[in-house]
Write a protein that binds this ligand. Structure first.
Ligand SMILES: NC(=O)c1ccc[n+]([C@@H]2O[C@H](COP(=O)([O-])OP(=O)(O)OC[C@H]3O[C@@H](n4cnc5c(N)ncnc54)[C@H](O)[C@@H]3O)[C@@H](O)[C@H]2O)c1
Length: 276
């Protein structure tokens, strides 16, 4: 990744931060975007990221002697995204990689009971936000004339369905459609487009009280170990979840020239979840 610049959304914490650090370890400079705050006025199911979280990502990348431009922006706001990428490219000189990673979990009902608000927010961030992130970065990849790699974060839920989160499943399946469409449209520019499909990842989106109660409704105060016993049944390998670095290594491969002829691929990092 030496000499390359990667634009990463949702980079304040979790997988986005891990991707920034992993790509920087291999020599990339980073344009990091995150909303760094609540996504709506409604009480958040999962604690929001903060400007301090993004500042920590900046520190971790700078500690690796790489450059990083970090900007607070909402992936629902195309103009803000475009301004962020344009500014990042102006400061870092180019763009080679886009990682559209920002996403949310909300609600938790069967589709017939899902509120229009939860539906809309989910589609706006987890599907339209991915499209807008790529749309904001693509002109720089094309004008750079050196090809590029685009990685969209979907989920195992982008390949198969689970109950009580149909709006998330629909958005993440939609990301696969985006990935395939961008791949056929951008191939002539030697721009590759792939998606990653994580199972449960040890980030705030998964490792929180709400998820633990979802996995263990039989317990009053379930902890990670209680959740793990049940989460293991989702997988072929004997684990309940993977670490953010496991996804970052897949992102790194797809971003790198080692994957120079890999495009249009749905890459699962799922401990065998799709086999079940
Ligand atoms: N954690 C899991 O179990 C899991 C599993 C499969 C897929 N995923 C996907 O991985 C991606 C990363 O999630 P994570 O696990 O790191 O969760 P996370 O909640 O730790 O991080 C998500 C980041 O995205 C940011 N974000 C959310 N909405 C945004 C918006 N509108 N604009 C800009 N930034 C926004 C958040 O502020 C946060 O920093 C998401 O797309 C998620 O759907 C997560």
């Amino acid at each position: 990744m030496e000499g390359k610049v990667a634009f990463i959304t949702g980079a304040a914490r979790g997988q986005g931060r891990s991707h920034a650090v992993r790509l920087a370890q291999e020599g990339a400079d980073i344009i990091a975007v995150d909303i760094c705050g609540p996504i709506s006025d409604e009480p958040a199911v999962i604690a929001s990221s903060t400007p301090e979280d993004l500042a920590e990502t900046v520190k971790l990348v700078e500690d690796l002697d790489r450059r990083i431009v970090a900007i607070q922006a909402d992936v629902r706001d195309f103009d803000a995204l475009k301004a962020a990428v344009d500014s990042g490219v102006e400061q870092l000189g180019k763009l080679d990689v886009i990682v559209a990673n920002a996403g949310i979990g909300n609600g938790g009902a069967t589709l017939d009971k899902t509120s229009e608000r939860d539906w809309q927010e989910m589609i706006d961030i987890n599907l339209s936000g991915v499209w807008k992130s790529v749309k904001a970065g693509v002109p720089h990849l094309i004008s750079g004339g050196n090809g590029g790699s685009i990685i969209l974060t979907s989920s195992v839920g982008g390949l198969k369905a689970y109950p009580n989160t149909g709006h998330y499943i629909a958005a993440k399946h939609g990301v696969v459609g985006l990935m395939r469409s961008f791949a056929v449209e951008l191939g002539e520019h030697s721009i590759r487009v792939n998606s990653v499909h994580p199972t449960n990842v040890n980030t705030p989106m998964f490792m929180n009280e709400g998820t633990m109660k979802l996995f263990r409704p039989d317990l009053e105060n379930p902890g990670p170990e209680d959740m793990e016993l049940v989460a293991k049944f989702m997988h072929v390998l004997p684990i309940g979840w993977v670490e953010p670095e496991d996804i970052s290594n897949a992102v790194l491969f797809l971003a790198s020239d080692e994957a120079r002829f890999v495009t249009g691929v749905t890459l699962s990092v799922d401990a065998g979840s799709c086999l079940k």
